[in-house]
Design a protein around this ligand. Structure first.
Ligand SMILES: Nc1ncnc2c1ncn2[C@@H]1O[C@H](COP(=O)(O)OP(=O)(O)OP(=O)(O)O)[C@@H](O)[C@H]1O
Length: 241
């Protein structure tokens, strides 16, 4: 009978390890992520953030691995580059492979939601970098994923566009409520957006912080400032004013 009880977790990892040519990158990671939680994954370059994300997405055939993990059926992956097909219009990029009767009208609604209502029929190459990422975000969310895996999705954007994208993501997340794992190098982005921040170090989760500050957040919130100082210190960076 206990098989009938739904798990409170969208993601569960049990002793998950991954290595490349004998070099261990992820070392027996165990982790539970409740449904709807927004998790940011921080870590030095090469600490294995992308490897973990790719494992969860099932995109890591090139890695040797052990351990178990459970993820929902409906997953969307958002990359640093938008990966729009250049020979399809923006709206056709969104509807590609989408099996629902109202695919086109749903795609147009989603383009409206990300502020690209007037760009539906143009070619992706005519969009700016920020617009391409918005289209890519719209494509991901249109699939109503239970889990959104995002690998530095705003990494290539200028500071102002990045802030706008963060705001947009929070707005859409409120509406759609997916579980999110966001890989980022940006401590402030993690503090601004997430319910929980994990730090990967030496193939393990070295730190696990719950961010219990309501949205919208202000960067000078004392709780955020104190966690910021802790995180920067763990990366060996002393705080700048
Ligand atoms: N396909 C691969 N083949 C061989 N080694 C790999 C492969 N993918 C990742 N690695 C190695 O695994 C380690 C972790 O890489 P990963 O990309 O997961 O780190 P990361 O934390 O995402 O880094 P960054 O922040 O720089 O993107 C690195 O040493 C990398 O060289």
């Amino acid at each position: 009978m206990n098989g009938d009880i739904p798990s409170p977790n969208a993601v569960e990892l049990r002793n998950l390890s991954r290595s490349f040519k004998g070099k261990t990158v992820l070392d027996r990671i165990s982790l539970e992520i409740p449904h709807g939680q927004f998790v940011s994954l921080l870590g030095e370059s090469g600490s294995g953030k992308t490897t973990l994300l790719r494992a969860l997405a099932g995109l890591d055939d090139d890695a040797e691995g052990q351990g178990h993990f459970k993820v929902p059926d409906k997953i969307s992956v958002l990359f640093q580059d938008s990966r729009l097909l250049p020979w399809k219009s923006v709206v056709d990029n969104l509807t590609l492979g989408l099996r629902r009767q109202d695919a086109r009208s749903a795609a147009l609604d989603m383009l409206d939601a990300v502020g690209l209502g007037d760009k539906a029929t143009v070619w992706p190459e005519t969009l700016s970098g920020g617009q391409k990422q918005r289209a890519s975000l719209a494509r991901s969310l249109l699939r109503s994923p239970q889990l959104l895996l995002a690998d530095e999705p705003f990494g290539a954007l200028d500071a102002l566009t990045r802030l706008r994208m963060q705001e947009l993501l929070m707005r859409l997340v409120k509406r759609e409520r997916p579980t999110i794992v966001l890989v980022t190098h940006d401590v402030d982005e993690a503090l601004l957006l997430s319910d929980r921040i994990l730090v990967l170090k030496g193939g393990r989760i070295a730190e696990d912080h719950i961010v219990s500050v309501p949205h919208p957040r202000r960067s000078h919130d004392p709780k955020l400032l104190s966690l910021r100082a802790k995180l920067l210190l763990s990366f060996g960076v002393s705080e700048r004013v």
